[in-house]
Design a protein around this ligand. Structure first.
Ligand code: NDP
Length: 248
């Protein structure tokens, strides 16, 4: 049974990894959820079905977040099919790692365009309606690489630092409209993104983490859901690390 008065959440990059866990968590908490994906239609349809089993509406749309017009259309369609957006989560992200001396212009721009421009496009598309309604919450997914920098990830670190500066500025701009903007900065999380690392690298990486393991996407989703909800009503402009103590 659907409930058309449910709050509405929008998640970019929802088909896999952290975004997928966020879609499931928010659907379980009673949100109608619109999410986008870039290429993996099978995964998106499977998730649409799985998240829909919580009894709320779930809408998957193929969108490339680097394309401003497509994001605008996606947001407009989600608003028209599900209703005004209460929560927006910017999670779509990619890596193209290389030392700077080997970095290609293409790899630089692919990462900045997806991770930073993608977050800008989502926030730019939802913000006016949130301001009109004097209500809304935005959570952008950065990374500890954006806080501390990571060798061989100058493109990724720049994009993730950019998300932090952008989100803090936006939090200051729109707080008076009762809109909160926060950043989640994960450490190593078990997803396809970290599956690219060799077993040896993963083992060494886990040794740097006081909790001695990678995090789970569901653990990040719990934090996102907390920030989205009323219990976090006085939290805005914050960068919350979820990294097993790695950066202590
Ligand atoms: P995954 O690689 O598992 O999933 C990435 C998701 O983003 C997929 O749903 C993918 O869609 C989507 N996506 C990628 N590019 C685009 C695009 N141009 N337009 C629309 N959707 C796109 O990544 P994670 O879940 O690991 O990462 C999620 C976020 O968390 C990212 O921003 C990442 O930087 C951040 N993060 C991850 C960490 C980790 O250890 N995993 C650590 C710190 C931060 P499709 O499958 O259709 O291509």
């Amino acid at each position: 049974m659907t409930d058309n008065t449910a709050p509405v959440a929008l998640v970019s990059g929802g088909s896999r990894g952290i975004g997928r866990a966020v879609v499931l968590r928010l659907a379980a908490e009673g949100y109608d959820v619109g999410f986008c994906y870039r290429s993996d239609e099978q995964a998106a349809l499977q998730l649409e079905k799985e998240a829909g089993e919580f009894g709320h509406r779930v809408l998957a749309v193929r969108v490339d977040v680097t394309d401003a017009e497509s994001v605008r259309e996606w947001v407009a369609r989600t608003e028209s099919e599900l209703g005004p957006i209460d929560v927006a989560v910017g999670s779509a992200g990619v890596t193209r790692d290389n030392p700077l001396v080997l970095m290609t212009d293409e790899d630089w721009h692919a990462v900045l365009d997806t991770n930073l421009d993608g977050v800008y496009h989502v926030c730019r598309s939802v913000i006016f309606e949130m301001m009109k309604r004097k209500s809304g919450t935005i959570i952008n997914i950065s990374s500890i690489a954006g806080v501390y920098g990571n060798a061989t990830q100058s493109n990724y670190s720049a994009s993730k630092s950019g998300i932090i500066g952008f989100s803090k500025a936006l939090a200051k701009e729109v707080g008076r409209y009762n809109i909160r903007v926060n950043v989640v900065a994960p450490g190593y999380i078990e997803t396809d993104m970290t599956a690219e690392l060799s077993e040896k690298v993963k083992k060494e990486a886990a040794k740097q983490v006081p909790l001695r393991r990678f995090g789970r996407a569901e653990e990040v989703a719990d934090l996102v859901a907390y920030l989205a909800g009323e219990r976090a009503a006085y939290i805005t402009g914050s960068v919350i690390q979820i990294d097993g103590g790695m950066t202590v």
